[in-house]
Design a protein around this ligand. Sequence first.
Ligand code: CMP
Length: 153
Amino acid sequence: MAQNERSLVIIKPDAVQRGLIGEILARYEQRGLRIAALKLELITREIAERHYGEHKDKPFFAGLVEFITSAPSVLMVLEGPEAIRIIRDTNGDTKPAQALPGTIRADFGLTIDRNLVHASDSIESAADEVANFFGDGSIIDYTRAIDSWINGD
Ligand code: CMP
């Protein structure tokens, strides 16, 4: 069986304001991913700056932090075999104009500044990102009755 992975996923303020939480969450659930943690939160500036730290010298950094802290986001930890890759494929290219039809960013987005979702890009960054948003004990380790039908084990 493929390795089980965790990813930190954000449904960003634009998607929350547009009433797309359910639509986006359904895509991850339908794909078979398991929700290990989930909350609605107004991200603080401190946590946002840490989350996007790798972009701190980029010209879009200030605007990115301003946007992500401007209204509530949905934060979640998703699990599944090869979850990092699968979630990034489900989200589509960072630039919605280059995302494939059927992906979240292509189906609901137009511009990189309002691209609806974020997901971790590696197992290592997922561990850091999950720790930035979720404290010890807030991630639930459980199995669903359907997991064997999804994963084949
Ligand atoms: P995200 O997956 O959250 O990771 C970094 C974010 O920076 C990215 O999605 C975009 O929303 C945002 N961003 C804004 N402008 C740019 C840009 N020019 N290049 C890359 N990312 C950008």
